[in-house]
Design a protein. Structure first.
Length: 367
């Protein structure tokens, strides 16, 4: 196993960071939070022009034909900059669903438009506060119609289409739904992080099935997305650590930087350990994702849990390191804490992924 990124991939990461810094992505996240827009359209357009939305789409569908390692480094930088765009919903989930499970006709219809940023996709899975299972899915596909309710859909209010989990007879499956149809009732939801919009769907609409998809297909899609979300969380966690260190070096008390005080040193040391542990697990996930390794379910759950824990610790300790100023609206600490909480619940809570980790280890007879 080689968990190192190549020089070209590290160069891509560096270019992505400089690009997002130049676009003032963090400032735009605050602007979306304080304004009425659901996302920053100018930043989204720039991301499309950079080709990020086309990263893993094959060249035959007008994509770049790059690999998942390249997408991982992009995800990390998007997380570091808190990019207020529908990238994760459209790329990690919707694009991946069609790429993995779509027919040739569905790929031809959707992938070129997704690569060019002409359409935005999202993934609708949750139906209640209980985690979805093969037994409790109630959204149903029958006779070309999809009927049911979905909640807490990231970017559901701005997407053009949705990948929706449903039951087809007795079998869980994935469907494609046109969200511009009058048959879909969309209600915007307010969340802790308004820079990433959410919506609820009431569905009584025409849909097309991604043929051959099952509950295992849904879990595979979530596993693959989990690795990419983990890199996004890793980027945010590292940004929090860097913010805390920079502030501690420049803030003086009793004639010396507060970074020289043992309590602050220990906080930053704990943050560093959490970030590096998460990075190691994320690299494991990236390897499994890029090679379609049989260990993907274990690697995805491991990276997801580790990155969630790291981001949670770093976003909270960053606030503490800033003292009273960390709790103010003017400082950016709360922006990262908001994004941390939103990402932690995006494709299932940490407890859900811990259960998945235990189940995958049991299947592999490792515990």
């Amino acid at each position: 196993m080689n968990f190192e990124f190549s020089s070209d991939q590290m160069l891509l990461k560096d270019q992505a960071r400089k690009f997002l810094e130049g676009e003032e992505s963090l400032k735009k996240a605050r602007d979306v939070l304080e304004g009425e827009a659901s996302f920053d359209e100018s930043l989204w357009k720039s991301i499309i022009e950079m080709g990020f939305t086309a990263t893993t789409i094959p060249e035959e569908y007008d994509g770049l034909g790059l690999g998942y390692l390249e997408l991982c480094v992009i995800a990390e930088e998007l997380g570091r900059s808190l990019a207020p765009t529908p990238f994760s919903s459209s790329v990690y989930l919707a694009t991946e669903a069609i790429l993995r499970f779509g027919s040739d006709d569905q790929k031809k219809a959707y992938l070129p438009k997704l690569a060019a940023g002409e359409i935005i996709g999202c993934f609708a899975h949750s139906e209640s506060n209980t985690s979805p299972t093969a037994e409790n899915l109630s959204c149903a596909f029958d006779g070309g119609k999809l009927v049911g309710k979905k909640i807490a859909i990231s970017d559901g209010d701005i997407a053009d289409f949705a990948i929706v989990s449903a039951v087809n007879g007795d079998t869980p499956t994935l469907c494609i739904v046109d969200l511009k149809s009058d048959e879909v009732d969309i209600n915007t939801e307010t969340t802790l992080d308004p820079s990433r919009s959410h919506a609820n769907f009431n569905l009584n609409s025409s849909a097309e099935v991604l043929e051959g998809t099952t509950w295992e297909s849904i879990q595979e899609l979530l596993d693959r997305a989990a690795v990419l979300f983990a890199f996004e969380q890793l980027g945010g966690a590292e940004a929090c650590m860097d913010m805390a260190r920079e502030y501690a070096m420049g803030r003086f008390a009793f004639g010396r930087p507060i970074a020289s005080f043992q309590a602050i040193k220990h906080k930053i040391a704990d943050m560093y350990i959490a970030v590096e542990l998460a990075r190691s697990n994320c690299y494991y996930g990236a390897w499994a994702l890029s090679t379609d390794a049989p260990e993907l379910s274990t690697a995805a759950a491991t990276s997801r849990v580790s990155a969630s824990q790291a981001y949670n610790e770093c976003s909270k300790e960053n606030i503490q390191a800033h003292g009273g100023m960390g709790f103010t609206w003017e400082f950016d600490c709360h922006l990262y804490y908001r994004r941390c909480r939103q990402l932690a619940a995006n494709i299932g809570s940490q407890s859900v992924w811990k259960d998945k980790l235990i189940s995958s280890l049991e299947r592999a007879n490792q515990i």
